[in-house]
Design a protein around this ligand. Structure first.
Ligand code: 5AD
Ligand code: SF4
Length: 456
């Protein structure tokens, strides 16, 4: 009876449909948005056709990320034609970058809200209800949404992101992030710890601490007597329970300290994986990118990882075709890849972003055909390195955290090892959320295949 009443009442709630593009930060932000909206009586729906409000959380990192969102907006417009009462909101990085264009040219868009204004969403929707368009793209120096308890949107309830900082101060010359997400600010460690403990109590087994540059996390109290660094924060979170895995992303080569590596070495539950974007193997290009390190500095950081954490997986981001990149620069990127032996890489063609230093001062002069060929060479080489990395795992035994049933076979689970590699193995009588020791017996291009060794 009570259940029935709840359901009946739920039917009356206005329904929010939210779609998310871009990075982990955006996924975490959508969880903040849902929390803010639920507090004001909205309920989430996964069926776009029953939505009263459609929000799309957007990414501006490359031209093609924005193209994808324009395509989705066309679909939303068709929905609004059939159901004019539905409100459409563009939020996130594209909202920040393209506010005027979205409001002026996109007649169907009712609401444009930047990454630091999500608390205002319900109020802005009230303006929309009264027939106005609503915009808030003000960036903040303080907003971290520290007091907002994100509503987790993931399905398996095993792994959750915790945003530990926002914005970025690095000003890499190609990058839009500082313009759309504002200045860097760290979140109160007390609120991070509370969120992590709460997740663990709810049964989550893995926490991913996220920020644009986690190594520059630095919390200072007002009189500057006490401060917390990323290494200290990482250690505190790791101490919550040995049954809680900790991951983090993204590290920055110019700021990654040995302190963090030593903390990782001390705690088994801090996963052996570092994502350390290199972008290029050429010091000349790194300088033009304003990355703040040379190839030699980057290799020193890699050697520190390999020395202090011999079993640590290393992944990276690489960009090809940056203005002025020559064949020699490109060869240096390939040789860096071989030298490091990356386990995995995300690889992109340079995409000029308006307002950035590179867009204003450097000509996008690498021919499209060269960008394509260089990217193919990078992808092919990474294919070889990733295959080698998996072959090296044959015969090894890893602790795997089970995340769900394998898409390809309902008799198999999938999970990840500490190195963040996906492992598939027979279900037996284990359940999602268990830790299992798995021996690797085979591999495909993307997955390790194993057999259960013993229970944790
Ligand atoms: N063009 C292409 N790739 C980019 N990235 C960031 N900005 C651009 C750009 N303008 C890539 C970098 C970064 C990753 C998140 O996206 O490799 O590490
Ligand atoms: Fe995209 Fe960067 Fe915004 Fe993330 S922060 S959504 S990668 S533009």
């Amino acid at each position: 009876m009570v259940e029935m009443n709840n359901r009946e009442r739920k039917e009356e709630y206005p329904k929010l449909y939210i779609e998310t593009y871009g990075c982990q930060m955006n996924i975490a932000d959508s969880e903040v948005v849902v929390s803010v909206m639920q507090d004001k009586g909205y309920s989430v729906t996964e069926d776009i056709h029953e939505a009263d409000v459609i929000l799309v959380n957007t990414c501006s990192i490359r031209e093609n990320a924005e193209q994808r969102v324009w395509g989705r907006l066309d679909v939303f417009k068709q929905i609004k034609k059939k159901k004019p009462s539905v409100k459409i909101g563009v939020i996130g990085c594209m909202a920040e970058r393209l506010k005027e264009k979205l409001i002026e040219e996109e007649k169907m868009v009712d609401l444009v809200v930047g990454p630091d204004a999500y608390r205002e969403l319900p109020l802005l929707l009230e303006d929309v209800e009264s027939g106005q368009k609503a915009v808030n793209v003000i960036l903040s120096k303080e907003e971290t949404y520290a007091d907002i308890n994100p509503v987790r949107l993931d399905k398996n309830k095993i792994s959750a992101f915790i945003s530990i900082m926002r914005g970025c101060n690095n000003m890499c010359s190609y990058c839009i992030v500082p313009y759309v997400r504002g200045a860097e600010r760290s979140r109160d460690p007390g609120s991070i710890m509370n969120e992590a403990r709460d997740l663990f109590e709810k049964g989550y087994k893995e926490i991913v601490l996220i920020g644009q540059n986690v190594d520059s996390y630095h919390w200072k109290v007002e009189n500057h007597e006490k401060s917390v660094t990323f290494a200290q924060l990482l250690e505190s979170v790791a101490k919550i329970s040995t049954d809680l895995r900790i991951r983090f992303s993204t590290s920055h080569p110019k700021d990654m300290s040995d302190d963090v590596l030593y903390v990782m070495a001390m705690y088994n539950n801090i996963c052996n994986h570092i994502h350390l974007p290199a972008q290029s193997g050429s010091t000349r290009i790194l300088e033009k990118m304003n990355r703040g390190y040379t190839r030699e500095w980057y290799m020193d950081r890699i050697q520190a990882i390999k020395r202090i954490l011999p079993d640590c997986a290393i992944t990276t981001d690489l960009m090809t075709g940056f203005p002025g990149e020559t064949e020699e620069d490109h060869q240096e990127t390939l040789s860096l890849m071989r030298e490091v032996n990356y386990d995995l890489a995300f690889m992109f063609k340079y995409s000029e972003r308006p307002r950035t230093y590179a867009a204003r001062h450097l000509k996008d002069d690498v021919k499209e055909s060269d960008k394509t060929r260089r990217l193919t060479e990078i992808i092919d080489l990474q294919g070889e390195l990733s295959a080698k990395s998996k072959k090296n795992d044959l015969g090894e035994v890893f602790e795997v955290l089970i995340e769900g049933v394998s898409k390809k076979s309902k008799d198999h689970f999938f999970g990840r090892n500490s190195q963040n590699k996906v492992v598939v193995f027979p279900r037996l009588n284990y359940k999602v959320g268990d830790y299992v020791e798995v021996e690797i017996i085979d591999c495909t291009s993307a997955t390790l295949i194993g057999e259960v060794a013993t229970k944790h």
